[in-house]
Write a protein that binds this ligand. Structure first.
Ligand SMILES: [Zn+2]
Length: 325
């Protein structure tokens, strides 16, 4: 698994989330999954959707571990051999399919049909080596292009009994209706402030909890990974950019602070930018021309989100949004 594309955590250091308690927020979703596991009625194909950092990948690993655990009751015990291997990311029957790097080391923008054929379709022909199931987690499944999705249809329609497929998506609209109709969707949402305080306490966060919680905007993954500190920097940077107009001196300085988060998740950063611009538009004392200028920035942010390709640098994007009057 590539380190750069794993959304919630740095995989080399922190063990994979596998137990029920490793999941934060969205507890009603977890309860539904629990009852499906108990009645052995969990769908063999599914989509886990939701905004960045709300726990989609964690949930996929928790479901997978529950299915592979030797004791599974119904969630994973965390202690058996299968659980220990999954925790370390070395369990052969749990395959994480994601974006590959091209020859120059850049992450590709699509999961291609060749990759799907090789890593999923062909791999699915043989039963699991060690586990109870052969599980494929595909993330980001919204990067499966049309032919890749078409190639998956047959497997999604009639998966052998030993197969489990979990598609992770921020945007299910990019998935074909034929794919969506074969995979029940589990939707994760941002969680409430109160729940976020609970998360902060559970992970033993010290100090100014309300600053951390408010910067994380309901996304447990942002709080857990300490990314909220970068979000505070981002917020300050965007506010500076909104105030400093076209003064290039401030521009570079502030974009440098955005760059850190850009490498983590571009869409998340642009989403935050959009939120802050919207917030500025809502403030009462704007002149007409100020409002027009903000609206243009708002539209350009949306356009940037639509056009986004990985590895575009922050300077280019923010030049377009803020300086392209
Ligand atoms: Zn176990």
């Amino acid at each position: 698994m590539s380190k750069k594309v794993f959304e919630e955590i740095e995989v080399s250091e922190i063990p994979y989330p596998i137990k029920r308690d490793d999941f934060f927020g969205n507890q009603e979703v977890l309860k539904q999954i629990e009852s499906s596991l108990l009645s052995s009625s969990l769908s063999q194909t599914m989509i886990i959707s939701g905004p960045p950092s709300v726990g989609k990948t964690s949930l996929a690993y928790i479901i997978s571990s529950a299915l592979q655990c030797e004791k599974g009751n119904p969630f994973a015990c965390g202690e058996c051999l299968n659980c220990r291997k999954i925790k370390k990311g070395i369990f052969p029957d749990l395959r994480y399919i994601s974006l590959l790097e091209d020859d120059s080391g850049k992450i590709k923008t699509q999961i291609t049909i060749d990759q799907v054929r090789e890593e999923i379709i062909r791999a699915s022909e043989l039963p699991p080596y060690e586990g109870k199931k052969l599980i494929f987690i595909v993330e980001p499944s919204d990067s499966l292009n049309v032919s890749s999705q078409n190639a998956l249809l047959k497997l999604l329609e009639e998966p052998p009994s030993y197969i489990q497929i979990i598609l992770i998506a921020k945007e299910t609209s990019k998935l074909l209706p034929t794919v969506r109709s074969r995979c029940p969707e589990i939707k994760l949402k941002e969680i409430s402030q109160n729940e976020m305080f609970e998360v902060a306490k559970r992970i033993g966060l010290k100090g100014d909890l309300s600053t951390a919680v408010s910067a994380s905007r309901g996304r447990a993954g942002v709080l857990i990974s300490d990314k909220w500190k970068d979000y505070i920097k981002l917020k300050i940077a965007i506010e500076n950019l909104l105030q400093s107009g076209r003064e290039i001196k401030y521009f570079d300085e502030n974009v440098a602070n955005i760059e850190i988060l850009m490498s983590y998740d571009q869409i998340l950063v642009l989403d935050e930018t959009l939120f802050l611009i919207k917030d500025a538009i809502r403030s009462r004392n704007l002149t007409e021309s100020e409002e027009r200028s903000l609206l243009r920035k708002y539209e350009r942010t949306i356009k940037s989100m639509e056009m986004i390709v990985r590895n575009v640098n922050a300077s280019l994007i923010y030049n377009y949004i803020f300086l392209g009057e």
